[in-house]
Ligand binder design. Sequence first.
Ligand SMILES: [Zn+2]
Length: 256
Amino acid sequence: MHLTFTCHPPGMLAAMTAYRCPQDGTLAETTALTWCCPVCRGPWDLDFEITGTLSPGSLAGRVNSLWRYEEVLPLAAPATTLGEGRTPLVPLTGTVSAKLDFLMPTLSFKDRGAVMLAELARRLNPDRVVADSSGNAGTAVAAYCARAGLPCTVYVPEGTSPGKTEQIRAHGARLETVPGAARPRRWPPGPPRTPRAPSTPRTSSTRTSCTAPRPTCTSCGRTSAGACRTPSPYPSATGRSSSARPSPPPNSSPRA
Ligand SMILES: [Zn+2]
């Protein structure tokens, strides 16, 4: 996802020190409106120092969002939130747990970054926020810009899921469709990858049995190795609201 601010800056940015290009070390102020490195055109990294300390004991009673950890985030004293974060962490095996970020306000982990971007944009007071996305990130940016009171345009490739484009529009963003398909970004650019050799078809004798727990359908409660056909009790994207979030499964604990 790329995010562009079209505005005349100002504003104070707590804790953030600079944008840094991971390829050539180019630096820019965090109030700069350049969305990429002017030397190599690659994306910025955020270079910031953690100015505070955080102990688990200090979290009790704090706001129920990502901002409860503000001492270790790039921005402090935020004004933008949709109650993101603190999704359940469900143990699957002794060493593997699943973080259920589909319970986030716009149903994906993209809300974690979008809340930071929208809060920064709110401080920069742009004329418009422009993002490109193949779906989830655009939905998150649209929702958080709406929360921050910022006009937003999201560019998506043609073929983007109608559910996602409907979500983006529902959050009040202007949607622009561009020709082409979404492709995974590869950075830094490098030589063409060598195609993989054809794999040997698996037979019953080469299969290994999986001992991980099978997923449980949140609609019917059955455990299944495949997709459950039970209709979802939740409204379609057209009628979805941020309050219609599924309940977390039992035996799970809220975490960051
Ligand atoms: Zn660069």
